[in-house]
Design a protein around this ligand. Structure first.
Ligand code: BJW
Length: 229
């Protein structure tokens, strides 16, 4: 029995991390699409570094919620090997799944706690501001570090591992995502084509709801523990 779980911003909402497409999804008046692109970074690197520096700092004020903990319990209890596998794919760049405790987790849109060197390509663990243009810890060159975030038009991470897991999935569960951003929005169709049962857990019906075999709507901190137990 292979399970693939996809999470989005909705799972972290009740921890106090804002979602992207809610009424409050603006950052100081900017749409995410205006700060989360390579073009925005070229146009105004200071603004984009500030956006991510603030969000990285905010991680210190939030903790995993009941939904993150329920998924960690599920992974710990899930048999592995001999036809059983577990993969948690998150679109989130926060570290709340990591802190809840996972060994089978991929961050497809990158991580706030990582800095990518545009000169040598190293991904460096990173907790401090990037605004001051610190040198890369790997190559020592200054001024090349950017947020290790997959922006619009860039290739998401771990696609080979995700596609392999989807092709073998028996169960696909999507939690707290609007289904507005590809390629993640297409995972339900890929899992279904592979013969998986598909379940959506989201606050409200999403763009993708009709594609799922089953949908349950409500807050993640209630839906996810109830589904896991
Ligand atoms: C709750 C809740 C609670 C609230 N409980 N639920 C035209 C057509 C098709 C595709 C494209 C197109 N034009 C361009 C594209 C491609 C583009 C794309 O999809 N654009 C769309 C806007 C159309 N995609 C890309 O460019 C991607 N790369 C790519 O495609 O490369 C080529 C490729 C080719 C072939 C194979 C593979 C790749 C890259 C996408 C990068 C996304 N980056 C962002 C920002 C960076 C991260 C950051 O700054 O933090 O990632 S965008 C933003 O959206 C962020 C998120 O991860 C992502 C998804 O958002 P999410 O998580 O769904 O959040 P929301 O806010 O939208 O939804 C929250 C949901 O939770 C809602 O439904 C609520 O109801 C719910 N909720 N509270 C449960 N308490």
């Amino acid at each position: 029995m292979n399970i693939v779980i996809l999470t989005g911003a909705g799972i972290s909402a009740e921890s106090g991390v804002p979602t992207f497409r809610a009424a409050d999804g603006l950052w100081e008046g900017h749409r995410v699409e205006d700060v989360a692109t390579p073009q925005a970074f070229r146009r105004n690197p200071t603004l984009v570094q500030q956006f991510y520096d603030q969000r990285r700092a905010h991680l210190g004020q939030v903790v995993p919620n009941a939904a993150h903990h329920a998924l960690a319990r599920l992974e710990a209890a899930w048999p592995k090997g001999n036809g059983f596998d577990f993969l948690l794919v998150t679109q989130n760049v926060d570290d709340l799944h990591d802190r809840a405790g996972h060994n089978h987790l991929v961050h497809m849109h990158g991580e706030l706690n990582s800095a990518l060197c545009t000169r040598c390509g190293a991904a460096n663990p990173w907790r401090r501001p990037l605004l001051d243009n610190p040198p890369c810890p790997a190559c020592r060159q200054p001024g090349g570090l950017r947020p290790d975030i997959v922006w619009f038009g860039e290739m998401p991470y771990h696609m080979d591992r995700i596609e392999t897991a989807l092709a073998a999935a028996d169960l696909f569960v999507s939690i707290g995502t609007s289904g507005a951003v590809y390629p993640a929005a297409g995972f339900v169709a890929q899992a279904k084509a592979a013969g998986a049962h598909t379940l959506e857990l989201n606050l409200e019906p999403s763009a993708g709801t009709p594609l799922f075999d089953e949908a349950r709507h409500g807050p993640a901190t209630q839906l996810v523990p109830a589904w896991v137990e």
